[in-house]
Design a protein around this ligand. Structure first.
Ligand code: 4NP
Length: 175
């Protein structure tokens, strides 16, 4: 049985990428695909290695039924580019940092999460809120130094993009 391995990546691995990991695991379980997709997350930075996700991210996620409490921060390594089929970054800065660690032959594995948010209705909530605050919705914007609203936008975006990602993976998972 074919499996796909995905690692979500942000800066600290305590806000955005654990949120994406929690949402993805939940949606895969709902779709009965949990045994077909390996999901992990990591940060490009090393400040939060071993830490649980940010309390604000955990709380916002819990309100929507996602449990982030078991995740612990870790930093991406060159070996991750061998282990994972897709390395999915939250923003352009993460992509640039990933390229510094990535073996040249594996560069095509690096993608942006919001590329997968193809369902206009589902992505609209996050997109509209981000456009209103002057951000480009092709990125999942760092909520760390902002208020609670940022964590809701991150969740909206992760839900929309993970739905699109599962749809994009389905053809290879049914092989
Ligand atoms: P994340 O958010 O990359 O979504 O986990 C951040 C977490 C920590 C910091 C920055 C962003 N920091 O500067 O410590």
């Amino acid at each position: 049985m074919k499996t796909v391995a995905i690692c979500f990546v942000c800066l600290g691995n305590i806000c955005r990428s654990p949120t994406a990991e929690g949402v993805m695991r939940h949606l895969l379980a709902e779709a009965r695909l949990a045994d077909r997709v390996i999901v992990d997350s990591a940060g490009t930075g090393d400040w939060h290695i071993g830490e649980a996700p940010d309390e604000r991210a955990q709380c916002a996620a819990k309100n929507r039924g996602y449990d982030l409490s078991i995740f612990r921060g870790r930093q991406i390594t060159a070996a991750d580019f061998e282990s994972f089929d897709l390395i999915i970054a939250m923003d352009d800065k993460n992509v640039a940092a990933l390229r510094q660690v990535c073996p040249p032959a594996q560069r095509d594995k690096i993608r942006l999460l919001m590329e997968f948010a193809t369902d206009a209705a589902a992505s609209d909530a996050g997109g509209a809120a981000q456009r209103a605050s002057g951000f480009d919705s092709r990125e999942v914007v760092d909520p760390y130094f902002g208020g609670g609203e940022g964590f809701e936008i991150v969740l909206d975006q992760c839900e929309a993009a993970c739905r699109g990602l599962i749809a994009a993976l389905r053809p290879q998972l049914t092989l």
